[in-house]
Design a protein around this ligand. Structure first.
Ligand SMILES: C[S@@+](CC[C@H](N)C(=O)[O-])C[C@H]1O[C@@H](n2cnc3c(N)ncnc32)[C@H](O)[C@@H]1O
Length: 233
């Protein structure tokens, strides 16, 4: 059943941003990111994949309320005390508290309400660009991923994604989300996310590799699939 990826609609994408059920689901996501240790895994992968001597220009695609990137920033502030971050999301979901929290870290942020692919299409290439995705790529079908990767390869030096692992035990767990207090939207979207998650080298196969990129794709934990594309030069 999990051999093939199946991308399905998630309720969080359809609810108005201020709907109490959507707000609760974003809170569930924050707790889920903690439990999955995604801020820590992302910060460590970035430190491994990107020279600390380069100024950091981060874009997060599908950034949601901004809490995830802020927690990554907290872990990176020593190496990159004055980074620039762009948070792109189709919905205007940025938590207003985040602007102040990022600025206390010395990070300048810009929020863009846009479809990620459309935004990349008009974004100027950044010499030191880093693109991060957390629990976002699984919402795209293969042809959409291939297009997004082509555009990302034009505008960044490093692309890192943390996504659901499509294996039986994550699928089983996704049906038990009520046990950790998750609300109805998260309980509905959880199994859909797992069926749309990744296995093997499915993301690498969609990367427009011209020989100039080093690709890493592997499990990062029992629950998380990690992909990183890094320019060789
Ligand atoms: C599961 S949430 C993850 C949010 C955030 N990365 C986090 O970890 O909390 C996925 C996010 O992707 C956004 N999204 C879905 N499709 C998108 C698209 N085509 N372009 C930009 N954002 C999109 C949704 O609005 C949602 O905020």
């Amino acid at each position: 059943m999990l051999a093939e990826r199946v991308v399905g609609p998630e309720l969080l994408d359809e609810l108005p941003v201020q709907d109490p059920r959507a707000l609760r689901s974003r809170r569930d996501l924050r707790r889920g990111n903690t439990w999955l240790r995604h801020p820590r895994i992302m910060a460590r992968t970035l430190q491994e994949g990107f020279s600390i001597h380069r100024p950091l220009e981060i874009t997060e695609l599908g950034a949601g309320d901004g809490h995830f990137l802020w927690r990554v920033a907290c872990r990176l502030r020593r190496q990159w005390p004055a980074a620039e971050a762009t948070l792109v999301d189709r919905l205007d979901a940025l938590d207003p508290l985040m602007r102040n929290r990022f600025s206390l870290l010395g990070w300048r942020i810009q929020a863009e309400v846009a479809d990620a692919t459309e935004w990349l299409r008009r974004a100027p290439p950044k010499a030191n660009g880093v693109i991060l995705c957390n629990l976002f790529l699984h919402q795209l079908r293969a042809e959409q991923l291939a297009e997004l990767f082509c555009l990302a390869a034009r505008s960044a030096r490093v692309v890192i994604a943390l996504e659901p692992r499509r294996v039986w035990w994550t699928y089983v767990y996704s049906h038990l989300l009520w046990m950790n207090g998750s609300g109805p939207i998260t309980r509905h979207d959880g199994p859909i996310s797992i069926r749309a998650g990744f296995a093997g080298r499915e993301l690498s196969a969609l990367w427009p590799d011209d020989g100039g990129w080093q690709l890493v794709e592997r499990p990062a934990s029992l629950f998380t699939h990690l992909f990183m594309a890094r320019r060789k030069d």
